[in-house]
Design a protein. Structure first.
Length: 231
């Protein structure tokens, strides 16, 4: 499923909400039409985006939107709530980069992103990012960032093997700083990625999804004919 918007961009006063319910034994992949520009928000205004995901036993869901592009003075508050039943699996990806069309070094105003992971209502982990403007110091060279979370409650041993394999595979790209690690309460595993360029982050996320698809389905994602997109 490819989500499309009439404007192709997100504006300062937008309020977006999505809800996905994956039934028992069902499987779905959801992405967006392309990278989403997040435009400036007036002072005191924050763009809000809320995503609610529920996966029933035996279900499998990939929420894999394209990257967000934070323009100068953008302010975004994003929440993603995932409730994955035992015996179900969910793969959630996220990426963003910064862009000043006038190349004056202007920064976005604020980014707050909260990911809550639940298993049948019980909170297993909460991941929160809250930053304003550019990162300074040694991390200033990084302009693109990504996160991937694979929820598969239980099965800690397989999580550990997959996290190790992913960390090794992601190390092949010298322009990518990335690693995988286990989530608390045997919720699954998480991956962090950073690079000076968005294309390296997106390529790294493709590696993550290919590895997870092979573990869960025995094969990698297929490439859509006439497109660079994997489904």
């Amino acid at each position: 499923m490819i989500l499309q918007t009439s404007s192709g961009a997100v504006h300062g006063e937008d309020r977006l909400a999505q809800r996905f319910a994956i039934g028992p034994g069902a499987a779905a992949h959801c992405t967006t039409q392309g990278a989403s520009p997040i435009h400036r928000a007036p002072p005191g205004v924050t763009t809000r985006d809320a995503v609610d995901i529920r996966v029933a036993p035996g279900g499998y869901f990939e929420y894999w939107p394209k990257a967000r592009i934070l323009f100068p003075d953008a302010a975004l508050d994003q929440t993603v709530d995932v409730d994955c039943a035992r015996g179900a699996a969910a793969l959630v990806g996220d990426a963003f980069t910064v862009h000043d069309p006038e190349a004056q070094g202007r920064a976005f105003r604020h980014l707050c992103a909260t990911l809550t992971l639940r298993c049948e209502g019980e909170i297993l982990a909460i991941d929160r990012l809250d930053i304003g403007g550019f990162v300074r110091g040694p991390m200033a060279k990084f302009k693109a960032f990504g996160t991937a979370v694979f929820m598969l409650p239980g099965r800690r041993e397989s999580h550990a093997r997959l996290a190790e394999d992913l960390s090794k595979a992601l190390a092949d790209d010298p322009a990518l700083y990335a690693a995988a690690s286990l989530l608390p309460h045997e919720a699954g595993l998480g991956v962090r990625l950073a690079s000076p360029e968005l294309r390296h982050v997106m390529a790294g996320l493709d590696v993550v999804r290919a590895h997870i698809r092979r573990q869960t389905h025995g094969s990698s994602p297929t490439q859509r004919q006439g497109s660079d997109d994997l489904i």
